[in-house]
Ligand binder design. Structure first.
Ligand code: OGA
Ligand code: NI
Length: 216
């Protein structure tokens, strides 16, 4: 168990300059990457939290598709996830940080974001997530996808990179993001096909969506 009274704050607040940069990036390209939003101690703290939940058997195989068609298709997606249904206790800081982010995006882009959906995820060694889009043209209510990487010891060769494809040409790769601890990624859920390459070491993330409230 991690130290109870000494839980680290989630991560630094984005300052005015960083927020401006984020808005400009999103406007121009539809995505934003920050390579060291969390310092290594925070990354380790959250990874430990995920390991604790996992050791209590709280993780389930991720499912694909809408409720009535859900399947655990391990060829497509082989991570294990833990949904955060509320932000209480240790995870309150996650909710507060994301609420700030969501308010900024909402105001800047005049978007009806009013719900945060998120989960911790563990990709065991050998796991991947094939090319997909989180919100295929208005079929879901997801507006933005965010990912925090919680791998303090990630090295080149460990795999598990996130590949983003061009919105104009979904066959063309526009960037490959290393899942290094502390990296944060935000992108428009309706624009980008993306893929998680096979990981050779267990891979940890905190992933979610800023969305309209209604469920599909
Ligand atoms: C997802 C996803 C990317 C990642 O959960 O939909 O694409 O890098 N995750 O974990
Ligand atoms: Ni995705």
């Amino acid at each position: 168990m991690s130290a109870q009274g000494n839980w680290p704050q989630f991560c630094q607040k984005l300052n005015e300059h960083q927020l401006l940069e984020m808005m400009e990036q999103i406007e121009e390209t539809g995505f934003y990457i920050h390579k060291n939003l969390l310092d290594n101690d925070h990354v380790k703290g959250w990874q430990q939290h995920v390991n604790t939940l996992n050791s209590m058997d709280q993780f389930k195989s991720a499912k694909i598709g809408k409720k009535e068609f859900e399947s655990t298709e391990t060829q497509i997606r082989s991570d294990q996830i833990y949904w955060l249904h509320e932000f209480t206790g240790k995870t309150r800081v996650l909710g507060d940080w994301l609420q700030n982010l969501s308010d900024e995006l909402k105001t800047h882009f005049r978007l009806p974001i009013d719900f945060i959906e998120s989960h911790f995820s563990i990709y065991p060694e050998g796991a991947r997530y094939q090319k997909h889009i989180d919100n295929a043209s208005g079929q879901s209510h997801r507006l933005f996808t965010f990912i925090f990487y919680l791998n303090p010891d990630w090295q080149p060769g460990h795999g598990g990179e996130l590949v983003l494809y061009s919105p104009e040409n979904p066959e063309r790769i526009i960037c490959q993001i290393e899942p290094k601890g502390g990296t944060f990624v935000l992108f428009r859920s309706d624009l980008f096909y993306h893929e998680v390459l096979l990981t050779r070491v267990p891979r940890y993330t905190y992933t979610g969506w800023l969305r309209r409230n209604a469920r599909v």
